[in-house]
Design a protein around this ligand. Structure first.
Ligand code: CTP
Length: 399
């Protein structure tokens, strides 16, 4: 199957010697059936001409943010809306730094800022520019936004030097993008279920027992699954987070409600249990507010373990069951124990004694423990990137 048929690619060409290779990118994309609109930055015009671009793409070339003729037909917002994917190739150090800082001073950078589409960048620059701490920081920043960086490669450069900084070859860039579209199409057949957020176990009409949880990591995983084509259901305890368009979200309060909603949504191919489920609930919820006294004794009983229940279920167990472990100490030992006791395939563990990560933070650092005793670490990055990394591994596993 051709993964490019009628896909709308917005190609941004920046001003670097590798720009000549972007003509080959257009040719290959067109050959595969994609529709290609192109933006040339001011400096890109010095390396390739609008005429050669338009001849290959069979589309008008966009360049000027305040081009009144084009604005009427296709402004920066419409260009982003039109596209299924944006590819910046070559991405120069200058454009990368503008994107990292949200600068919008020309059509290319404005389109990127105005876009929520998948964005790929193929950097090309001198090795010393690529290795400069500023470039490293900027690339890290844009990776954290969720943009994909392809390359650069090591080799001889136009400036006569040798090192990392060469733009990846057009065929390899196309292969990366094709893989993205292929995943999206393939994954459509898979159902994913994610639990997230805390559960509230009411004691009386105003008080409850809960675990601390913002729900951010679970929501990011649901979003990434959806973006990768999965039919995704999110079962969420109370959070302040917005609904994710395209994700079927079911809001619950207690662990019992979360379990019931989960059972109702099974079977699924993959289930990721990111919720911070309260371990205990009161035997009996008081219907009236309990009056204050000097001492209060609550009688608690254990909540059902949703993850354990599902992953030991004879008929409803998803092919891939992933649990989380929030630990303050002995991360590996406790995670391995949970992996075994809860019969899951992977445990994703985070060290909640580290205030920089976990809970309300936008960042997380996790270790993944696999059933086959393998383990790996995802260093501190945005929760959205942790989510993408987890989903990448899910895709490899279930395919
Ligand atoms: N979990 C669950 N239902 C529960 C408790 C936990 O589904 N009643 C799931 C969580 O969503 C998570 C995993 O089990 O995926 C581990 O949760 P965690 O709170 O780290 O561990 P607990 O099993 O509660 O054990 P402890 O509190 O002793 O660490």
């Amino acid at each position: 199957m051709n993964n490019f048929e009628n896909k709308k690619i917005l190609l941004i060409i920046c001003g670097g010697i590798a720009a000549y290779k972007s003509l080959e990118i257009i040719r290959l994309l067109k050959k595969k059936g994609a529709l290609v609109k192109t933006i040339l930055t001011k400096n890109a015009n010095r390396f390739v001409t609008p005429l050669s671009v338009t001849s290959l793409s069979k589309e008008k070339v966009y360049s000027d943010l305040f081009d009144h003729k084009n604005e009427a037909e296709m402004d920066h917002i419409s260009l982003s809306r039109w596209s299924d994917l944006i590819l910046i190739a070559p991405a120069t150090a200058n454009t990368i730094s503008k994107i990292a800082f949200g600068i919008a001073d020309d059509l290319a950078s404005t389109v990127v800022l105005a876009s929520d589409k998948k964005i790929f960048l193929a950097p090309a620059m001198n090795v010393r520019m690529w290795e400069h701490p500023s470039s490293k920081d900027n690339v890290k920043k844009i990776r954290n936004i969720g943009y994909e960086i392809i390359g650069p490669e090591i080799g001889d450069m136009a400036c006569g030097e040798y090192g990392e900084g060469k733009m990846t070859e057009p065929e390899a860039i196309i292969a990366c993008i094709e893989n993205h579209f292929k995943n999206k199409t393939n994954n459509k057949k898979f159902k994913a279920l994610v639990t997230a957020g805390p559960t509230l176990e009411y004691i009386d009409p105003v008080r409850y027992i809960a675990n601390k949880s913002s729900g951010k990591q679970g929501y990011a995983i649901a979003k990434s699954l959806k973006n990768n084509g999965f039919e995704t259901t999110l079962i969420s305890g109370p959070t302040n987070l917005d609904l994710i368009p395209g994700v079927n979200t079911i809001r619950v309060n207690s662990a019992k409600e979360m379990l019931d909603a989960t059972l109702k949504k099974l079977p699924a191919d993959v289930a990721i249990f990111a919720a911070a489920v309260a371990d205990y609930k009161v035997n009996k919820i008081e219907s009236e507010k309990i009056k204050k006294k000097d001492n209060l004794t609550l009688s608690l009983e254990k909540n059902v373990d949703i993850l354990g229940h599902i992953s030991k279920h004879n008929s409803l167990r998803p092919k891939l069951v992933i649990g989380f472990a929030a630990e303050t100490n002995e991360l590996e030992k406790n995670s391995q124990k949970k992996l075994l006791e809860k019969n899951c395939d992977w445990i994703i563990a985070n060290d909640i004694s580290n205030a920089d990560i976990g809970f309300d933070s936008e960042y997380n650092e996790v270790s993944i423990f696999y059933k086959n005793m393998k383990k790996e670490k995802i260093q501190k990055v945005k929760k959205s990137i942790v989510a993408d990394e987890i989903v990448k591994r899910v895709i490899e596993q279930i395919n």
